[in-house]
Design a binder for this molecule. Structure first.
Ligand SMILES: Nc1ncnc2c1ncn2[C@@H]1O[C@H](COP(=O)(O)OP(=O)(O)OP(=O)(O)O)[C@@H](O)[C@H]1O
Length: 320
């Protein structure tokens, strides 16, 4: 059996009357990336704070790194690293000084601290900036420094709370590469994100948190299979043309308001060709044809009824 880096059973947390986590079960195998996905206020940060010992749960059996969270929080702390939405970076001192401070906190000797700091600054492409105050760093550089600081203690499990929120696309891709490299070294990553694309790219398993409960859990592919498949959408501008197309193509879904028809389709070339042939035979000429394949956005919407921001450069429909 695979060892679990993180295991939660029946995790509960309320603030006053507000139930934030309402019996959450999580299982994260060692050396994998797990993504907790949820809209704003779903309780992602609360889950991270509990699992990283910053706050206590009201109920639940929780193990991190094989240690019981309630009985041995100190051992959990020694096994983990946390990079939160609010970074630990001190802007008044340089990147290098931040790293050395971290090395001191981990009781490394002066020479060992210097060696580790130099190695990590190099790895995260911060050598040139190392002697500059961290307040002058870009958002992406600050996040990289933050992760580098987290790695000083050589943690086996890392919690990354929304690590790419606010970063530009290139810094986001850099961060993804860093996360992949961490996992290839055997580290377990627990990642929270509002970006479906990010979970899709990185995570071995994804859990969707909604209203304090896990709405669904699985690989990206498994989650996509939970919702109805793709479709071809035909849009018309002339109501009469729309009506005659709708009666010619009887087994399609109608959207009378939008003058649109939807034909179920997996989106393969073969299927598209046969749909086009069918339309030609029926004499249907739509003003617009779009192919829609289900993605995590659809899953998220179906499960939570919430739209979340996607990347602007990710068109999910191809317009002819
Ligand atoms: N210390 C606190 N006292 C009272 N309510 C709190 C506290 N911390 C969080 N909450 C509430 O708990 C809910 C979950 O918050 P949490 O920060 O875990 O959500 P999140 O999923 O991380 O959201 P975001 O993506 O906005 O960071 C929110 O409604 C929040 O207002």
């Amino acid at each position: 059996m695979t060892n679990l880096a993180i295991a939660a059973n029946g995790l509960r947390k309320s603030y006053g009357d507000k139930v934030v986590l309402d019996g959450v079960d999580l299982a994260v195998p060692e050396g994998t990336i797990f993504s907790l996905l949820g809209p704003n206020g779903a309780g992602k940060t609360t889950a991270v704070k509990i699992l990283s010992t910053l706050i206590t749960a009201d109920a639940g059996e929780l193990h991190v790194g094989g240690h019981d969270l309630a009985a041995d929080p100190q051992a959990v702390r020694a096994a983990i690293g946390v990079t939160g939405q609010f970074s630990a970076v001190d802007g008044l001192i340089t990147g290098e000084e931040n790293m050395l401070l971290m090395a001191d906190l981990h009781h490394l000797s002066k020479s060992e601290g210097r060696r580790v700091a130099a190695e990590l600054l190099e790895r995260f492409d911060l050598v040139e900036a190392a002697k500059k105050p961290a307040s002058t760093y870009s958002g992406g550089m600050k996040r990289r420094l933050d992760i580098a600081m987290t790695l000083v203690g050589n943690p086996r499990i890392i919690f990354l709370d929304e690590p790419t929120t606010g970063l530009d696309p290139r810094s986001r891709h850099n961060m993804w590469q860093i996360i992949r490299e961490l996992v290839s070294d055997g580290v377990t990553v627990f990642l929270t994100t509002q970006y479906l694309e990010e979970a899709d790219e990185l995570a071995d398993r994804i859990a969707v948190l909604n209203n304090g409960k896990i709405a669904a859990q699985g690989t990206a592919e498994e989650l996509k299979r939970l919702i109805p498949g793709g479709h071809v959408r035909l849009r018309f501008t002339d109501p009469a043309t729309y009506q005659s197309a709708a009666s010619a193509l009887r087994e399609v879904t109608r959207d009378d308001e939008a003058l649109a028809l939807q034909i179920p389709s997996g989106g393969s070339q073969r299927e598209l060709r046969s749909i086009l042939d069918w339309l030609d035979t029926a004499g249907v000429e739509a003003d617009e044809l779009t192919v829609h394949t289900p993605d995590l956005d659809d899953v998220f919407f179906a499960l939570t009824g919430t739209n979340v921001p996607t990347q602007p450069n990710q068109p999910k429909e191809t317009v002819r």
